[in-house]
Design a protein around this ligand. Structure first.
Ligand SMILES: [Zn+2]
Length: 128
């Protein structure tokens, strides 16, 4: 799926897939590939090493409990071989701002533009 949908406050995060279950939404997300400056030697590159799925705790999105599966990418330096996780505003942000940051509120403003495009299979219904 090539459609890009952005999470409020996390506009660089790419949503690859949305699953709608009976009681919750599962979001499969990743960061776009971009050049990283390798910490050890300062070389810049985008040589992908591997991916790990990281499950991020629930929050509310479209007013439903939501679980994020973050496909966390690791890069490897071609020069020195050092591996490291990509930059992600993501996990830290959710942990740090979880109390005051309420995505459900922000999402309402983009609801009309984006919701109808979501690939929900089970056709969730929302109050208007
Ligand atoms: Zn290096």
């Amino acid at each position: 799926m090539n459609r890009n949908l952005f999470l409020p406050g996390l506009k660089d995060v790419k949503i690859n897939k949305v699953e709608s279950c009976e009681h919750s939404i599962h979001l499969y997300v990743e960061m776009p590939v971009k050049p990283h400056r390798y910490p050890r030697c300062g070389t810049e590159g985008r040589n992908i090493h591997d991916y790990r799925i990281q499950k991020i705790r629930q929050f509310k999105w479209f007013e439903r409990p939501t679980v994020i599966f973050y496909r966390k990418r690791r890069y490897a330096c071609q020069t020195c071989g050092k591996r490291f996780a990509e930059e992600n505003p993501f996990v830290e942000r959710y942990q740090r701002f979880s109390k005051e940051w309420n995505p459900a509120v922000n999402v309402r403003s983009i609801h009309a533009k984006t919701f109808k495009d979501l690939p929900f299979s089970s056709g969730p219904r929302f109050r208007r």
